[in-house]
Write a protein that binds this ligand. Structure first.
Ligand SMILES: [Cu+2]
Length: 212
């Protein structure tokens, strides 16, 4: 075999190997109308005092939240740390990864999912404006699958810590939706810097980079 052929095979293997290191992260997230209690303990946890009036008169309010599920049957919800509060689940990825979010709108109103910091095309922008793209308005009871990409620019810049935080939120009427609770964090980690013990979901093909 000629050295040119050897070099071509070598380049092919190199590109195949680097492609394999990128993972696909699947998330199953529903928007749900909930009753949210701002102080379930009945106390101000900063100082231990009872909640002052007039706020103590009504601690529970109607909100809409992003809730994570284990698969596309949307039956078993995933627990999330209490400190996340009303925020939606953390979406994690490493630079180079694709993020696929299956979104189910269980709310009474139309919503979507719009990410900051990730790359997407118009049908995956999750943002309602003219001309209206797919995924920009997910009607009550409907689903949409978003494909987002964590590029080099999505990750931390040189000199920054190994991970960077972005946000995703609903973008039909964003001010109202974000205040209602439809917002959550995206954490993008530099290539090769993710902790294998993190809660990042991954496909079987990427188990070499993120052992379960
Ligand atoms: Cu935004």
């Amino acid at each position: 075999m000629s050295s040119v052929k050897f070099r071509a095979i070598g380049l092919f293997l190199l590109f195949s190997a680097s492609a394999c290191l990128a993972a696909t992260r699947h998330y199953y997230i529903a928007a749900e109308d909930v009753a949210w209690n701002y102080a379930p303990s009945g106390r101000n946890l900063l100082n231990g005092n009872p909640i002052p009036q007039p706020w103590a008169l009504k601690l529970e309010w109607p909100k809409t939240r992003y809730i994570e599920y284990t698969d596309d049957s949307f039956t078993g919800s995933k627990p999330q740390p209490e400190w996340l509060g009303i925020l939606g689940p953390i979406i994690r990825a490493e630079v180079g990864d694709e993020i696929i979010v299956e979104f189910l709108n269980r709310s009474r109103s139309g919503h979507d999912m719009h990410p900051h910091g990730l790359r997407y095309d118009k049908n995956n922008e999750g943002s309602l404006y003219l001309p209206v793209a797919k995924g920009a308005f997910v009607a009550p009871g409907a689903r949409y699958t978003y494909h987002w990409f964590a590029t080099l620019e999505s990750g931390p810049a040189p000199g920054q810590p190994s991970s960077i935080v972005w946000w995703y939120h609903s973008h039909v009427d964003p001010a109202i939706e974000i205040n209602a609770g439809l917002i959550g964090p995206i954490i993008v980690t530099a290539k090769g810097k993710a902790n294998p013990a993190s809660s990042m979901p991954s496909t079987a093909s990427s188990s070499a980079t993120f052992p379960a």
